[in-house]
Design a protein around this ligand. Structure first.
Ligand code: IVH
Length: 680
């Protein structure tokens, strides 16, 4: 049955709108409409398609959710072979010089001839994919396989939100796009955190995550693992004359709506290559995805063709490696650490190893399930991974190298610090020491957190000092800090008269704070910095928050049932009430938050652009808060932008802001502004 014309028109409209919005959201990273509006349009289309299945077009965004599981993958013969690339493992500048020298020799350029132009890119650490578009429509996606024949993985690749199902503009008759499917670090961390919390196996690293997802026969499972894609080259092309340089080819691919990484440059000669390598090495940790090096390609396509291939590798490109993010080392001991909330984390003490740019001596083993699954034992040789600023972790054991006499690790039943029982509630992945503030480890962590920069900001109260204060029983909890005087402090290790006086002064200064900081400092479970700010803004006074019922708490933005229950439980606990009373008696104070409408609109007329990843809140949450204060949140930077908020790996928007001299805020700056606007 065909659908009436107006329904067909509406479905087409919805499809185009949704595809455009998801391009803005995922590829350009600048949403044009709120998520809720997108969801509404999506549902409308889903409803229409359900009633009229004939309306389901191959480029409908509803077709990204995966389909029936396959029995096996179909082989795909590549029309243009998918070649590999030579890897230069000399990570020093010599690696770049050697490539340039070789290129000049092969192009027969004399010593005096002009410099060669190179297109520099990142070497993404994922899985190579060929996307085939016919008349603009994505018809097939395949893995590289052996370069001649790969496997058809169209269903899975469709679930990658940044891969356009239809090209923008005037599409060639046939366009094959080559690039890398990868899993971003935030997506990898989020996915693993969810898996671990559910007691399910975690992914080993983002590359395995990407490869495993693409090779998943059940595409509805693939849809649950968020992948991304970057285009970096061409396969078969018909009905289009590609531009004369590789850089321009990538620009053209971007114009077709394909995601192309912003971290690329066209440079001249070996010095240009080295500068790019250095620049990226400096940025590597802040990138939201793993790379294992950079790639240099001769920019002029005619020269690429002239040099051609050596067996399986092009002569016109090379991958220049960075130091590895995974290395082998030995496990010398396994200990457990007790966190602020009593959470027990097994930690491997390692033979020191240089990985991801630092020397690593400890690596987290996450929890009892993970350690059991990986079966990490003292004496084992393990793969350690440190990527970005993520905590180093043990990826897996090299079983071939396991000595004969190893024993499986057994989680202790009692807390190694206070001797209280360790319990693991049904269905939870985390075991906890039930000692609470009786446990010295938890006390230390609670005090550290209380004093930290974003909480009460007690300058000079470092980890070593907290350790001593608690071990010598000079301080039991946060409230005792304010009873410290110079006499009590003198006599501690590495504490001269001057530092003692400084610390007393810092304690005094910290007493004047804000409600948000105070709430955060209390270390209420589930209440991070952003939630503390929302609560302060919403309730205005501590009394209002303490007396709020769960239903009232739940009306606060971002506060769901779990957070509401944690807040209630905290304030009901007599011990916590006592600590709060003592802190206030010691002189800790803050101005109540004026909840006047005028204050609520304190950012009215200001336009913000958010870019990059923030630590303490998502970009959506940040946007919601800014809007709640009357600000406008826009997707692109212009002269009219008042502030650009730049998180990790801020891309082209940050460059634009610098170009236009728009004020740039980092995360701390944003939080300070939110705090000033809604709390003071
Ligand atoms: S170009 C003919 N560019 O590295 C040249 N490859 O062996 C084809 N890779 O598995 C490769 N980032 O998936 C190229 N910017 C980049 C790349 C890249 C990662 C991968 C590619 C392949 C391997 C090269």
């Amino acid at each position: 049955m065909t659908a009436p014309d107006e329904i067909m028109i509406r479905a087409t409209q919805l499809r185009e709108q949704l595809n455009r919005h998801s391009y803005h959201y995922y590829v350009l990273d600048s949403p044009k409409i709120p998520d809720a509006e997108y969801d509404r349009l999506f549902q409308e289309l889903q409803t229409l398609e359900a009633a009229h299945p004939a309306l389901i077009a191959p480029d409908s965004p509803t077709q990204r959710v995966g389909g029936k599981p396959l029995e096996a993958f179909t082989p795909v013969r590549h029309r243009v072979p998918m070649l590999s690339i030579r890897t230069e493992t000399d990570t020093s500048p010599n690696g770049a010089r050697a490539f340039d020298t070789q290129v000049r020799r092969e192009l027969d350029l004399s010593e005096g001839a002009a410099l060669v132009e190179y297109a520099c890119e990142l070497k993404f650490d994922g899985l190579a994919i060929n996307l085939r578009y016919e008349q603009g429509l994505l018809v097939q996606a395949a893995t590289r396989g052996d370069g001649e024949t790969g496997e058809e993985v169209t269903q899975n690749v469709r679930t990658i939100k940044t891969v356009p199902l239809r090209l923008h503009g005037d599409a060639p008759a046939i366009l094959e796009v080559r690039g890398e499917a990868y899993m971003s670090r935030p997506d990898f961390e989020r996915y693993n955190a969810r898996q671990r919390a559910a007691g399910l196996p975690a992914l080993v690293n983002p590359r395995n995550g990407a490869a495993g997802t693409i090779r998943q026969l059940d595409s509805s499972l693939a849809a649950k693992r968020p992948l991304s894609f970057f285009a970096y080259g061409l396969g078969e092309v018909q009905g289009w004359e590609p531009p004369a340089t590789h850089s321009a080819v990538l620009d053209a691919l971007a114009a077709f709506g394909l995601p192309v990484c912003h971290e690329r440059a066209a440079v001249w000669g070996a010095d240009g290559l080295i500068a790019f390598h250095n620049d990226i090495a400096g940025k590597r940790d802040a990138l939201p995805f793993d790379i294992d090096g950079v790639v240099y390609k001769i920019n002029r396509m005619a020269w690429q063709r002239q040099l051609g291939f050596r067996t399986r590798e092009p002569r016109w490109a090379v991958a220049h490696k960075f130091p590895a993010q995974e290395e082998l080392t030995a496990v010398e001991a396994i200990e457990v650490q007790v966190g602020r909330t009593g959470a027990i984390t097994p930690v491997a003490r390692l033979r020191p190893v240089f990985v991801g740019g630092v020397t690593v001596t400890n690596a987290t083993l996450h929890n009892a399930d993970e350690i059991a699954r990986k079966d990490v034992r003292v004496g084992d040789t393990v793969i350690v991974r440190r990527a970005g600023d993520v905590i180093p972790e043990v990826v897996s054991v090299v079983l071939d190298r396991r000595p004969d006499d190893t024993q499986p690790f057994v989680m202790p039943e009692t807390c190694p610090v206070c001797g209280s029982s360790i319990v693991r509630p049904e269905g939870e992945a985390v075991a906890r020491c039930i000692g609470g503030l009786y446990c010295r480890a938890q006390r230390k962590e609670a005090i550290r957190h209380f004093a930290s920069r974003r909480a009460m900001d007690i300058e000079g109260l470092g980890d070593k000092l907290v350790e001593q204060l608690v071990d010598q029983e000079k301080v039991q909890g946060p409230a005792d800090l304010y009873a410290l005087d110079i006499t009590a402090l003198a006599g501690l290790e590495r504490m001269g008269a001057k530092s003692a006086a400084n610390l007393v002064a810092a304690l005094e200064r910290s007493k004047m704070t804000t409600l948000a900081r105070f709430l955060f400092a209390l270390g209420i479970r589930e209440v991070g910095e952003a939630t503390a700010m929302t609560l302060a803004a919403h309730f205005g006074t501590l009394e209002a928050l303490i007396t709020a019922e769960e239903e009232v708490l739940r009306q606060t933005p971002d506060v769901g049932p779990v957070v509401a229950a944690a807040i209630r439980a905290f304030f009901q606990e007599p011990h916590n009430q006592h600590v709060i009373a003592r802190l206030r008696a010691a002189g800790v104070h803050w101005p109540d938050v004026a909840r006047k409408p005028m204050v609520a609109q304190s950012l009215a007329g200001k336009t913000f652009v958010l870019t990059g990843t923030l630590d303490s809140l998502t970009r959506d949450q940040a946007a919601d808060r800014l809007r709640a204060l009357g600000a406008k949140v826009s997707g692109s930077v212009s002269k009219k932008t008042d502030y650009v908020v730049a998180g990790h790996d801020a891309g082209s928007k940050l460059d634009k802001a610098q170009e236009l001299s728009v004020r740039i805020l980092d995360e701390t700056g944003l939080l300070a502004l939110l705090e000033d606007s809604c709390i003071l």
